[in-house]
Design a protein around this ligand. Structure first.
Ligand code: SF4
Ligand code: SF4
Length: 310
C-alpha cells in the first residue's frame, strides 16, 4: 500500500480522535454492489413507509462517487451518545430515545465534521468533500461496516465490539485517496435473537431487516398521519423514537457514557411527569425542545404520540 495513503489514514484518525470521535474507519468510495439487491428488495416491500426520500436517488445512494464529484474515499466516524444517566426508567413513564436527550446531533456533529475537514486541509492540502450525518443519500451503516467499524446486527444497526450501538454515525466523502481499513466480515450476533424477540411491533421481519413502517421510531417521528390502530397498546410508552432493540442487545453492556456536554439533557427533562407531558403547551414544548431533535415532530405530533399511548 502506498506509504502516503497510509500516512493520510493516520492523520485523519488522529484528527478525528482529537475532535472527540470514538472510532474512525476508511473505505474506498465506489458502488455498493452487495447492497443494491438488498435495497431494491427492501423498497419493493414498501418497508420505507412514507419516507419517500429513501427511494429517491437510488443510484446515488449506492455509489457516493455519483453524489460527490471525484470522491475517492468514505471516512466513517462514530460519536458516542450513551447518557450518563438513563431517564424514563419506569415502565409507565413516557419515553424519549436516548439519542434525543440533548441538543440535536445533526448540528453538533456537522460542526465537528466541518472542523475535521478544515483541519485535514491544513495538514494535507486541498481536499474536496462533503460531510453527512444521518443522511439518507449515504448508506452509512454499510460504509461503517465496510471500513471495519463493526458488523450489522439483527436489529439492522451497526454494532461495535467495544461500544455496542448507542452512537451516531457520520461520514466525510472526500476526493483524497487514503489507505482503506479491512472490513469486519464476521457476524458477532451469533445465535442471539433478543432484539427480534423484544420488538413490540414485530418490525424486525428477518435478521437484519427492519420494516420501518412498523417501527416505533418511524411511527412516532416520520409518520405524518395518525398512527394506525393496529399499533394501539403495543408501543410501550415510547413517544419519540424507541431504544428497545438496543437496550436488550448484550453488546450494549459495554456502553460507556459520552463526554459531550451538548448531549446532556436539560435538567427539567428528568423531572417532567406523565401528567405534564399530557398537558404540554406549544410554548413549553418549544422551550424544552428548543435545540433538540424532538422538535421535529412539532407540538401536535408529540401530543399525537402521547394521546395514542392511552
Ligand atoms: S426501534 Fe423499537 S420498534 Fe423499531 S425495530 Fe427496534 S425495537 Fe422494534
Ligand atoms: S440483540 Fe442479539 S441479535 Fe440483536 S443485534 Fe444484539 S447481538 Fe445481534
Amino acid at each position: 500500500m502506498d506509504h502516503l495513503q497510509e500516512k493520510y489514514s493516520q492523520i485523519i484518525k488522529t484528527q478525528a480522535k482529537n475532535l472527540g470521535f470514538d472510532f474512525c474507519g476508511i473505505a474506498k468510495a465506489g458502488f455498493l454492489e452487495e447492497e443494491a439487491p438488498k435495497l431494491e428488495a427492501w423498497l419493493n416491500q414498501n418497508y420505507q413507509g412514507q419516507m419517500a426520500y429513501m427511494a429517491n436517488h437510488f443510484d446515488k445512494r449506492l455509489d457516493p462517487t455519483k453524489l460527490v464529484e471525484g470522491a475517492k474515499t468514505v471516512v466513517s466516524l462514530i460519536y458516542n451518545y450513551f447518557p450518563k444517566k438513563e431517564l424514563f426508567q419506569e415502565k409507565e413513564e413516557y419515553k424519549i430515545a436516548k439519542y434525543a436527550y440533548g441538543q440535536d446531533y445533526h448540528h453538533v456533529i456537522k460542526e465537528k465534521l466541518k472542523v475535521l475537514l478544515e483541519n485535514l486541509r491544513q495538514e494535507i492540502g486541498e481536499i474536496d468533500g462533503r460531510a453527512f450525518v444521518d443522511s439518507a443519500p449515504v448508506m452509512e451503516r454499510q460504509w461503517a461496516q465496510k471500513s471495519g467499524l463493526g458488523w450489522l446486527g439483527k436489529n439492522s444497526l451497526l454494532l461495535n465490539k467495544e461500544m455496542g450501538s448507542f452512537f451516531f454515525l457520520a461520514e466525510l466523502v472526500i476526493d483524497l485517496e487514503v489507505a482503506p481499513d479491512p472490513p469486519i466480515l464476521k457476524d458477532y450476533c451469533g445465535t442471539c435473537t433478543k432484539c427480534i424477540d423484544a420488538c413490540p411491533t414485530e418490525a424486525i421481519v428477518q435478521p437484519g431487516v427492519v420494516d420501518a413502517s412498523k417501527c416505533i421510531s418511524y411511527l412516532t417521528i416520520e409518520l405524518k398521519e395518525n398512527i394506525p390502530a393496529a399499533f394501539k397498546g403495543k408501543m410501550e410508552n415510547w413517544v419519540f423514537g424507541c431504544d428497545i432493540c438496543q437496550d436488550v442487545c448484550p453488546w450494549n453492556r459495554f456502553s460507556k457514557p459520552h463526554q459531550e456536554p451538548l448531549f446532556d439533557p436539560k435538567p427539567e427533562l428528568g423531572e417532567i411527569t406523565n401528567r405534564d407531558w399530557e398537558e404540554i403547551t406549544e410554548e413549553t414544548f418549544n422551550k424544552v425542545f428548543a435545540k433538540s431533535a424532538v422538535k421535529r415532530t412539532k407540538h401536535y405530533g408529540f401530543l399525537r404520540n402521547i394521546v395514542f399511548q392511552k
